[in-house]
Design a protein around this ligand. Structure first.
Ligand SMILES: Nc1ncnc2c1ncn2[C@@H]1O[C@H](COP(=O)(O)OP(=O)(O)OP(=O)(O)O)[C@@H](O)[C@H]1O
Ligand SMILES: [Mg+2]
Length: 363
């Protein structure tokens, strides 16, 4: 799938923009603050129904507007797909595919796979476990609708259980029936989630190893593991035993929402020991592995969004990455850069379409 045409109105800093990108490489240039990242975010929004910057729909509306609208025409060898996403102060969010509105937004996930590489991505390694869970869950959800439904259900029951723990605190005559019900739901759904995460990793790791070996300059050896208690034989007992603690802390202390992924380089924790460059390399390898995994499981090429990557990488890594994205196996790519001359020099001899955000009103 690639975008043939995109029309944006009132999305963040973008007042009105209409553009026909190339099916392969696209370069978005413009000074700082001209809306390059917002443009990528609008594409991401059409693919995953939300902003990658975590902004709410209200925040996505341009300050001077009372609505935003993003329209995209997507194409592959067999078919064309039109996406219309809009939100206004007075109406709810409307998300349509080929003029038909979705009953549930989650039905859209996986139809238009997308992979984003952004400047803050090393947080994936440096930050807390939630960021890693969100990253890997994002990949699995794009490729498996049942997993997506299970995570939505799990989060629903987790919220209910935490709410109940707060209600029960300080009460002397506690009726545990509802708590028992939530326990059973979380244990059962959590088991399915943990099983899927585990089987996903065995498919994902070969892609990660391949891309890491491609980009790393040293003979670094990468390993990725999944840490969970949910698959332990005595997990149900552990969960029940944690109840006293849960009632004390007023939250559910065990479950898949506390799982983590262990990224290890040369037998050492990357979070603690890897250099900046090694972290960046791992992040890019993770994202390219995400691309390959989604392509293989969905049988269609994701759209690749590369935000400001030239700033963060050394020349050798840039060259390697450009070589990878410019092969004919790669689908549509959108790159942003604030420095026009540099990106034009990097992309010399490669055909691409240019969007100049300094002058987009004239397009
Ligand atoms: N809802 C909104 N309405 C209007 N402007 C907004 C809105 N949300 C964000 N902006 C503006 O968008 C601008 C940032 O745009 P963006 O991050 O896309 O720029 P950029 O071209 O990627 O810049 P850089 O080169 O620094 O990465 C900021 O000036 C911000 O104030
Ligand atoms: Mg930016």
């Amino acid at each position: 799938m690639f975008i043939e045409n995109i029309h944006i109105t009132g999305f963040k800093s973008i007042l009105e923009l209409s553009w026909q990108p190339n099916a392969h490489i696209n370069l978005i240039i413009g000074k700082n603050g001209t809306g390059k990242t917002n443009f990528l975010d609008a594409i991401y929004y059409m693919c995953l129904t939300k902003s990658f910057l975590g902004s709410t729909d209200l925040q996505n509306i341009h300050y001077d507007y009372d609505f935003f609208r993003i329209e995209g025409k997507f194409k592959n060898e067999q078919s064309k797909t039109k996406i219309e996403a809009s939100f206004s102060h007075s109406t709810k969010k409307i998300f349509k595919i080929n003029k038909e509105e979705y009953a549930k937004l989650s039905e859209h996930i996986g139809k238009l796979p997308v992979v984003l590489i952004a400047p803050d991505d090393t947080d994936l390694i440096r930050g807390g476990s939630e960021l890693r869970r969100r990253f890997f869950d994002g990949i699995i959800c794009q490729s498996d609708a049942e997993y997506l439904q299970n995570t939505l259900l799990y989060n629903h029951f987790l919220k209910q259980r935490n709410h109940l723990l707060k209600q029960l605190s300080g009460q002397s005559n506690i009726n545990f029936d509802l708590l028992d019900l939530y326990d059973d739901k979380l244990i059962a759904i959590g088991y399915k989630i943990a099983e899927k995460r585990k089987s996903f990793l065995s498919d994902f790791i070969p892609f990660l190893e391949k891309h890491h070996a491609e980009i790393a300059t040293e003979l670094d050896c990468i390993e990725l593991g999944y840490e969970t208690q949910n698959l332990d034989l005595d997990f149900m007992l552990k969960f029940k035993n944690a109840r006293t603690k849960d009632l004390q802390f007023l939250r559910t202390t065990l479950g898949t929402h506390t799982d983590d992924y262990d990224i290890v380089l040369n037998e050492k924790s990357t979070k603690k020991y890897a250099s900046q460059g090694q972290k960046k390399t791992i992040v890019i390898a993770l994202k390219l592995a995400q691309y390959d995994f989604l392509e293989k499981t969905l049988n269609r090429k994701p759209i690749l969004l590369l935000d400001d990557i030239f700033d963060k990488l050394d020349d050798i890594r840039i060259q390697k990455l450009i070589r990878i994205i410019s092969t004919s196996e790669m689908g549509q790519v959108f790159l942003t850069d604030a420095r026009k001359e540099r990106s034009i020099a990097i992309l010399q001899n490669i055909p691409y379409q240019l969007l100049d955000m300094d002058n987009y009103h004239n397009l």
